[in-house]
Structure formats: structure tokens, C-alpha cells
Design a protein around this ligand. Structure first.
Ligand code: HSE
Length: 315
């Protein structure tokens, strides 16, 4: 093993992917909730995950590195960088499993960011993005960076994975707030992707493209009217809504309480709403929690956050 730091811990934030109109390409980071990953150098050129703690069910996550979203990127890092050492890893999950708040991405990003702090020649963010994507692919069955990118870079991101993984950091109005409510049930990303049709009609494509363009223009110009008109998913949400008991009522309650838009967070079952300014955000969160409770999800939990400019950091 070479010299330098022997151990590092990274915090990787929860994220909201898709953001209604940007399936697999748009996402943003939120404050306060996230995973902590501690990585230690070991002489063997392998990855040993010794402990996964935190939210209920964390102990169900496989510790075998080859089947773990944090383990696979590190195995690939050892191979890609021809490292003369390996990593021992512990993960403290702060993001509820199967919640649609980017838990798999956070463990992958946390692992590569912590491990990077141990390298004599740290890797660029683009390479870390590419490595972390290997972990996301394991969890969702597809390579998409809409959780990985905002988790690593912070803020609101537009990402692509082909021909190479890359990220555009989008501007957003500073008083834009987000409400995220997790009903407390779990939804498997592969299942939520499995219900999607392979093709869409031309008129639906046009309707969604217009909204995506309007949404991004609204972010760039701090134009809340455009954000509002753009924040409506006519492709994915109608196909997944039935997987989330109470979704229609929760969305109605958010819009009724003044949200700009409301849709599924990532693959669900969490639901997010965008809000202009902090004043009404708590009321909107409470209305959404109440609507979930009335639909039978009595342990729903909600957060109000800024779009967090801070991506994963070494603590
Ligand atoms: N874009 C992804 C999806 C995010 O909605 O399936 C969850 O991994």
C-alpha cells in the first residue's frame, strides 16, 4: 500500500430523479438526508463490506461487494486504476430503502468519493461519475445518471451516459423549494421500470418535449410560470401512478395547497412537489402526508428542502 490517508468517510445526499419531465436525465439533490460511507485501505486488492447499518432493513442489503451498489464501483476502481490495495467499507444508510430517493446512488457515490480521498492521484468527477454508474446499473438494471449526477455534483443536473457520462449543472431560482414525502412502503426500481411501455405516441412525445423545454427554460430564467407549466409528466407518471396507493390524492392535495408541480420522486413511491418560496412548503408537506394517511399510508414522512448545491463530500 502506498502512503497518504488510510480512511475516509463521505456523506452522499438523497436525490429526486426524473423531476417529472426528465426521465433518466434530470435530478436534484436535497438537504439533510443521505448515506455515509466509510472506506479504509486494505492490503488485499479486493472490496470487503463489513457493516451496513442505519434505516430499517439496512441489514438486508448484501455485503458481497459484487452485488452491492457501493462495492461494484470500488471493484472497478481497483481494476481501472490498477491499485496496489483494496478497500474495507462500512455503510450507514440514511435513505430509506426502495423509497425513490436515490439510496442506491448515494451508496455508490459515497463509496467512490470516500475511496477517491485515499488515492495518491485522485480521479476527476467525470471518472467518479462513470464508476458510480456501475453501482446504479446493478440496482436498477439500466445505466442512468439522474440520481448519481446530482448526488455527486449537487444542485439540479442534466446528465447523459452515452457516448460518455457527462453532466450539465443547471441553474435554478434560489427560492425554489422542494417537498418530498415518503409513504413508508418500498418499490423496487426494476419493477417500476418493468411496467413502462417501450414506445410512446408522437403526440405524447411532442407534449412531453414541450414541457421539458419549458421547465428548463423556466429554471434558467427563474420564471415560475414556465416551471409550473413544464412540471407535468405525461409519459411516465400515468404508467406508474397505480404502483403508489393514494398518488392521485397526494398530488391533488399538493397542487391544491399551492405547489407548482407534483410527481413521483425517481421510481417512487416517494412523491415530490416544487414550491415557490419557503412560506407554503410546510403546509404542502402536511397536506401530502395527510392525503397519504387517508389512503392508508399512516407512516408517511416528509421533508422540506432547498435544492441543495452541495453534492457528496468527504467529512
Ligand atoms: N430514472 C429512474 C427511474 C430513477 O425512474 O426508473 C430511478 O432509478
Amino acid at each position: 500500500m502506498s502512503g497518504g490517508r488510510a480512511q475516509a468517510t463521505a456523506f452522499a445526499p438523497a436525490t429526486v430523479a426524473n423531476v417529472a419531465v426528465g426521465f433518466d436525465i434530470l435530478g436534484f439533490a436535497i438537504d439533510g438526508v443521505g448515506d455515509r460511507v466509510t472506506v479504509k485501505k486494505i492490503p488485499e486488492k479486493t472490496v470487503r463490506i463489513t457493516r451496513i447499518t442505519g434505516v430499517p432493513g439496512a441489514n438486508e442489503i448484501p455485503c458481497d461487494a459484487i452485488t452491492n451498489t457501493g462495492g461494484v464501483p470500488l471493484l472497478n476502481m481497483i481494476e481501472r486504476c490498477q491499485l496496489g490495495f483494496g478497500f474495507e467499507v462500512t455503510i450507514e444508510k440514511g435513505i430509506t430503502l426502495g423509497s425513490g430517493m436515490g439510496g442506491s446512488a448515494a451508496s455508490a457515490v459515497g463509496a467512490v468519493v470516500a475511496a477517491n480521498a485515499l488515492l495518491d492521484q485522485p480521479l476527476s468527477r467525470e471518472i467518479l461519475l462513470d464508476l458510480a454508474l456501475d453501482g446504479e446499473a446493478l440496482a436498477s438494471g439500466a445505466r442512468h445518471a439522474d440520481n448519481i449526477a446530482p448526488c455527486l455534483y449537487g444542485g439540479m443536473t442534466l446528465s447523459e451516459v452515452s457516448p460518455v457520462a457527462s453532466v450539465i449543472e443547471l441553474p435554478f431560482p434560489r427560492d425554489l423549494r422542494v417537498v418530498v414525502v415518503n409513504p413508508g412502503s418500498r418499490l423496487d426500481t426494476k419493477q417500476a421500470r418493468g411496467v413502462l411501455k417501450r414506445e410512446i405516441e408522437l403526440k405524447t412525445h411532442i407534449a412531453q418535449s414541450r414541457r421539458l423545454a419549458m421547465f428548463i427554460a423556466g429554471l434558467c430564467e427563474s420564471n415560475y410560470e414556465w416551471i409550473k407549466r413544464g412540471c407535468e409528466d405525461v409519459v411516465i407518471e400515468p404508467q406508474r401512478a397505480h404502483l403508489i396507493p393514494g398518488f392521485a390524492a397526494v398530488k391533488k392535495s399538493a397542487l391544491g395547497a399551492g405547489a407548482l408541480g407534483c410527481s413521483i420522486s425517481g421510481a417512487g413511491p416517494s412523491v415530490f412537489a416544487l414550491v415557490q418560496g419557503a412560506k407554503t412548503a410546510d403546509t404542502i408537506r402536511d397536506a401530502m402526508i395527510r392525503a397519504f394517511a387517508e389512503s392508508g399510508s399512516i407512516s408517511a414522512q416528509g421533508w422540506v428542502s432547498e435544492i441543495s448545491s452541495r453534492g457528496a463530500i468527504v467529512l
